[in-house]
Design a protein around this ligand. Structure first.
Ligand code: HEM
Length: 366
């Protein structure tokens, strides 16, 4: 008998047994860890599949009906719903104000790593470390405020004039009328405004109807290296640099404000996301114990359709809801619409600019 063949068959037997027992251990381990994860948040209702795997969330986002799914989920399971083994989704303004306030010990969850624009470094929007985030935001805030030398409102007016010119020229080319992709035009408008207000020169996306993203890095490098000879000292980038890094038509009438608020309510720019992590010791949210480390997502869509806040007709577009109510109700409704921009420590830095743009665009283009 060839001793080499014999040892070969033992080796085959051993490795087969090893593979089978490893598979059994792996499957048992997976079942155990899934059961432990399921149990951790089992007192919070949500779709069964979501309580077992993140694939429910993945498939919901991947399809085209995410906006309907988030609304239906919150309607079915209440203001706090489980949407993944370690994640819940929230549609409760009071809790949101509390957990995102400047003194809250909640932190950003690891989800923010997915909105990094640059793989080698964080922006203020993707920074997870709270101390680093706060320090960076303090340096950026002045540049976003429109105070100091820069004229943010003048920048909005200049770019708005370009938008109106482009619209007029399209209408004259179309002999009195034109079909335009207003979404695309407003996207270009926004880029031109930010590059104009931010660095002193608009990229010109709107008149040329095309994007110029590559110009951004070059412009920042030129300014930082001193090669930009533009007479600056009056834009956001300068304000940012000065602070260590690298705000409407006065007479907007009440009804336009109401229409803008109602538009932001019916079609919030963001659907759901921006999860914060429950701090050590856990928390009680909407009467349920939520353990430390759980991700709490905001459901902007459901928040904006909350009948407790906006009334029984919250599903319809009715700007008067911000006018035909008492002052307290009106203030609360507007404060909840404002949650579209986040709140407290993580409040949107571009909020004042965004409101100014909307106020001007609706007056000028309507
Ligand atoms: C209607 C338009 C906008 C909406 C609905 C919006 C919404 C938001 C929200 C919800 C956040 C909070 C993220 C969080 O909780 O971590 C945020 C953050 C931020 N937004 Fe906006 N935003 C808008 C326009 C803008 C504009 C025009 C700019 C810039 C000019 C801007 C710059 C920022 C920045 C820099 C942050 C990060 C703030 C931080 O990390 O503390 N946003 N925005």
């Amino acid at each position: 008998m060839d001793p080499w063949n014999l040892s070969g068959s033992f080796a085959t037997l051993d490795s087969k047994g090893l593979i089978i027992s490893s598979c059994i251990v792996a499957v048992l381990g997976l079942i155990f860890s899934t059961a432990v994860q399921w149990y951790r948040l089992s007192h919070i209702r949500g779709p069964l599949l979501a309580s077992l795997t993140s694939l429910w969330a993945y498939w919901s986002v991947k399809g085209m009906g995410f906006h309907r799914i988030v609304l239906d989920t919150q309607r079915k399971y209440g203001k706090l719903a489980r949407i993944a083994p370690n994640s819940v989704m929230l549609s409760d303004p009071e809790t949101l104000w509390r957990i995102t306030s400047a003194r809250s010990s909640y932190t950003r969850s690891k989800w923010y790593a997915s909105i990094r624009f640059n793989p080698y470094g964080d922006s203020v929007l993707s920074e997870i470390d709270t101390a680093k985030h706060d320090k960076r935001k303090a340096k950026l805030a002045f540049g976003f405020s429109g105070k100091g030398l820069m004229d943010l409102e003048g920048s909005v007016d200049t770019q708005l004039a370009v938008l109106v010119d482009v619209l007029k020229s399209r209408i004259s080319q179309g002999q009195g009328y034109a079909v335009v992709d207003i979404g695309r035009m407003l996207h270009h408008f926004q880029i031109d405004l930010i590059t104009f207000a931010g660095m002193g020169n608009a990229w010109g996306n709107l008149p040329l109807d095309k994007d110029h993203f590559h110009a951004l890095r070059e412009a920042v490098e030129r300014r930082v290296n001193g090669g930009d000879v533009k007479g600056h000292g009056d834009d956001m980038l300068d304000e940012w640099l000065k602070h260590g890094i690298s705000p409407a038509e006065a007479e907007i009438d009440l009804s336009i404000q109401a229409v803008i608020n109602e538009g932001m309510r019916m079609a919030p720019p963001l659907t759901a996301g921006f999860p914060k992590e429950v701090p050590p010791g856990g928390d009680i949210i909407c009467g349920k114990a939520v353990p430390a480390g759980t991700e709490v997502y905001v459901n902007f869509l459901s928040l904006m359709r909350d009948q407790d806040v906006f009334g029984h007709d919250a599903e319809i577009f009715r700007p008067e809801r911000f006018i035909d109510c008492d002052d307290g109700t009106k203030a609360k409704r507007m404060k909840v619409v404002d949650l579209n921009f986040g709140y407290g420590r993580w409040l949107c830095l571009g909020k004042a600019l965004a409101w100014m743009e909307m106020n001007k665009i609706f007056v000028e283009v309507s």
